[in-house]
Design a protein around this ligand. Structure first.
Ligand code: ARG
Length: 503
């Protein structure tokens, strides 16, 4: 190995435990004197961000050492010594770590500081390259499950709104202009549907993140007889990323995760914008818990939380852009650029999860003033499509019906106006074309909604029917998350059990 590239360590001089020796200062464990660090030391370091993968690295170290002992690559006594030191490192906590280029180096240094050169055997048959890739995937799994749970809470809140407001008629908009009457329930389920697909995207990202790079070493495998399936299993991964270069150098799993998070953020930003707009029109009353006020205008109640949710799309899409740009054009295999890729994923995960949690709370606690909504539901002749449909259903070509209603829109948008327009366009009175009762019904917003009972339409019956599938979908995704959490908890316990056999 070339000096200083601690990541190839296991291949040769660590095999007997001497290569990663220490002079007692700890600081030279990986770097040696040539690389003690100069003006660029803090620039090189990822320590500030590595707290997030401290627990992951300890788990990865433990699984690796257990596997090394099982494979006879290190003795059981040496494994016990190293595992004992790792317990002390964990107990002391991240802040007690010695200085290091990153958490991997710092933990190794702390182990060697405690137990001497035998601690250097921990890095046998691996590299920081497969190690960090494993740590990121290990931690990302939890972050993705947290994000999915937040999305499920929002979907549940939207389903609750749909159940409670199936009859609450409100204006529906296209181009932000009144378009057709709909219901609060139908509006809510429109976002639930998109978020259900977003959940699927997050679960897909989880599946592909849930594979172990460990044992790929620097990028070209190792001469040692490692059992990669075993470490994958000990860490709760579904399997291994087979190709060692792919394992150590790929970050497409981060890109996929951030893309899925970005999709959630984009969906959430639309929902937030709707709530801001509805609040402006008096169509929704956001709970005080999710509103803010003005420091000067005493009468103000502003939907600030939803504005911040709307803005979170900027965090997520910025993270996607930063990540994709960092990864673009990187050659095989590991390049240090990858160190700066990781943070983008954490930014996206944190901001999106937090925003979605807040959105769920705001939706769950909002009030929908039925009277104001119904009064506004017919504004802008929003029932026009239904009137044209009634004329077409009576046998008129839809294009003729469209012309009649367009004319009526200019002449008062009521029954008389439709009658006058019908005469003007067809030369016949309305009652000769259609039962005027049907037109009168179509002019009523609630009736108009009730009539649009096609699959996926806003009629209360259609919404209630859809709601059953919505609840089933939320439950199924909840069960998928619970199963993944359980698998992670089982792996955590079984790794602890294996470690306990040594120490
Ligand atoms: N902190 C580094 C990262 O996040 C660890 C890998 C260092 N590997 C190397 N060959 N210098 O990517």
């Amino acid at each position: 190995m070339s000096e200083g590239e601690g990541d190839d360590a296991g291949d040769a001089d660590s095999a007997d435990g001497s290569g990663a020796g220490t002079d007692g200062s700890g600081d030279t464990v990986v770097r040696r004197d040539r690389f003690s660090g100069g003006p660029a030391r803090s620039f090189l370091s990822s320590m500030d961000a590595d707290d997030r993968i401290f627990a992951a690295d300890l788990a990865v170290d433990r699984a690796h050492v257990v596997m090394l002992a099982e494979q006879g690559i290190v003795s059981e006594d040496d494994a016990a010594t190293i595992l004992g030191a790792l317990a002390d490192v964990e107990a002391a906590g991240f802040d007690a770590l010695p200085e290091g280029e990153d958490v991997h180096e710092a933990i190794e240094t702390a182990v060697v500081d405690e137990v001497g050169s035998v601690g250097g055997k921990m890095h046998t048959a691996r590299s920081r390259n497969d190690e960090v890739a494993t740590c990121i995937r290990y931690r990302l799994r939890e972050d993705l499950l947290d994000a999915i749970e937040a999305v499920l809470a929002l979907r549940g809140a939207l389903a609750d709104v749909a159940a409670a407001e199936a009859e609450t008629v409100m204006p529906g908009f296209t181009h932000l202009q009144p378009a057709q009457p709909t219901t609060v329930a139908h509006w809510a389920l429109s976002y639930e549907g998109t978020l259900a697909r977003d959940t699927g995207r997050l679960l897909d990202a989880y599946d592909r993140a849930n594979e172990s790079p460990l044992g790929g070493a620097a990028f070209a495998g190792t001469t040692f007889d490692v059992d990669r399936e075993r470490t994958a299993d000990l860490l709760g991964f579904d399997g291994v990323v087979t190709n060692a270069t792919d394992a150590a150098a790929s970050r497409d799993f981060l890109l996929e995760a951030v893309a899925a998070l970005s999709s959630v953020a984009v969906t959430g930003s639309g929902l937030a914008e709707d709530v801001v707009f509805f609040a402006n029109r008096g169509f929704v009353d956001v709970s005080d818990d999710y509103a803010s006020t003005s420091s000067i205008m005493p009468q103000k109640k502003n939907p600030d939380t939803m504005e911040l949710v709307r803005a979170t799309a900027g965090d997520a899409l910025g993270a996607y852009q930063g990540l994709a740009t960092t990864l673009k054009g990187l050659p095989r295999a590991y390049n240090r650029d990858l160190q700066r890729a990781t943070g983008h994923a954490w930014t996206a995960a944190d901001s999106v999860t937090q925003a979605v949690e807040v959105a769920a709370g705001a939706v769950a606690t909002a009030d929908w003033p039925a009277e104001a909504l119904e009064a506004a539901a017919g504004e802008g002749f929003s029932t026009a499509t239904g009137v044209a449909d009634a004329l077409a259903a009576a046998g008129l070509p839809f294009r003729t019906a469209h012309e009649i209603v367009a004319l009526a829109a200019e002449q008062g948008a009521d029954l008389e106006a439709v009658d006058a327009a019908a005469q003007e366009v067809t030369g016949e009175s309305l009652s000769a074309l259609v039962d005027p009762e049907l037109v009168a019904a179509a002019l009523d917003p609630a009736e108009s909604v009730a009539q649009r009972d096609s699959t996926g339409g806003p009629a209360p019956g259609a919404v209630r029917e859809a709601l059953g599938d919505v609840r089933d979908g939320v439950d199924a995704d909840q069960a998928a998350v619970a199963a993944e959490r359980e698998a992670l908890a089982d792996a955590h316990d079984s790794l602890a059990g294996e470690v306990a056999d040594y120490v």
